[in-house]
Design a protein around this ligand. Structure first.
Ligand SMILES: Nc1ncnc2c1ncn2[C@@H]1O[C@H](COP(=O)(O)OP(=O)(O)OP(=O)(O)O)[C@@H](O)[C@H]1O
Length: 264
């Protein structure tokens, strides 16, 4: 039994109570951050309100209401997992991938591998040039890059490819007359593995209204798995970047190169 810290009215508060409240607050805050901007946040708030009402009804001795709410709360945990399946999946995936990445980058830094792998990469050069050209000609483009995540879990359709990255190939794929120009090109570990792929579209209501399907698809896939996307807008010719559900719009050539250096 830990020593009493203080009393609120008749309620004794010890260190465990303090820790209890702190940990619950932390979990709720992390959940809020994870769900922010998605429709799941409304469901989560609804669930919390339901639970609080149950506690109040029980304290007031309103038996009929609390027994009805008990039924909801009893199946609550399973239904939460079903409703939040994409969020739970995303959370676990990000957790695992980040842990693995941190371990890898420590080794890379120790072995001095990072700089060697990325310096003067012809692939980086080719993507950057292709994007500048497509931006200038207002050719819509959508590129997904992944190193660790398996895109097959959320990306569907398209034409499988197994090709080196090249300026000519990228420009040809996204050319308006090309049968493969619709959808996304997927690059896995510096190889083009798919064209015309279909990505999950984001439901984030915080994205600007002017953001169309191409950009929403780019944001959507980065919400679900650990990938990044580069986009050229057909409407404005601007280049954008999506990562972890966030969209950075209107990036210049220098920023594009920096991002490619980090994420290709
Ligand atoms: N789910 C999806 N997965 C992959 N590509 C998609 C998806 N939805 C739309 N696209 C691509 O986006 C194109 C439509 O883009 P739309 O004009 O709606 O978006 P946008 O974000 O306004 O882009 P832009 O600024 O280029 O017009 C489609 O022709 C298709 O190539």
């Amino acid at each position: 039994m830990l020593p009493l810290l203080f009393k609120i009215g008749f309620l004794p508060v010890d260190l465990w109570d303090f820790l209890d409240v702190f940990i619950v607050a932390l979990i709720l805050y992390q959940l809020y951050r994870l769900l922010k901007g998605s429709i799941a946040l409304n469901i989560f708030v609804g669930m919390v309100l339901l639970f609080l009402s149950y506690q109040v009804f029980q304290a007031l001795g309103m038996n009929l209401l609390s027994s009805i709410l008990t039924q909801f709360i009893n199946i609550g945990f399973v239904s939460l997992i079903i409703i939040f399946q994409p969020e739970v999946r995303r959370f676990l995936l990000l957790l695992g991938t980040n842990t693995l990445k941190q371990r890898d980058s420590v080794w890379s830094r120790l072995l001095g591998r990072e700089a060697e792998v990325h310096a003067n990469s012809p692939e980086l050069e080719d993507i950057s040039r292709a994007f500048q050209r497509m931006a200038a000609s207002k050719t819509g483009a959508l590129l997904v890059c992944t190193q660790e995540a398996d895109p097959d879990t959320v990306i569907t359709g398209g034409t499988p490819l197994n090709s080196d990255i090249s300026y000519g190939l990228l420009v040809s794929i996204f050319h308006k007359e090309s049968p493969l120009h619709d959808g996304a090109v997927v690059i896995e570990n510096r190889r083009i593995t798919r064209a015309s792929a279909i990505l999950p579209v984001s439901e984030n209501s915080k994205l600007p209204a002017a953001v169309g399907l191409r950009h929403r698809a780019a944001v959507g896939v980065t919400e679900k798995i650990d990938v990044v996307c580069f986009i050229v807008s057909e409407e404005t010719g601007k280049i954008s970047f999506a990562r972890s559900g966030e969209l950075e719009r209107g990036i210049d050539e220098r920023r594009l190169r920096d991002l490619l250096l980090n994420y290709l």
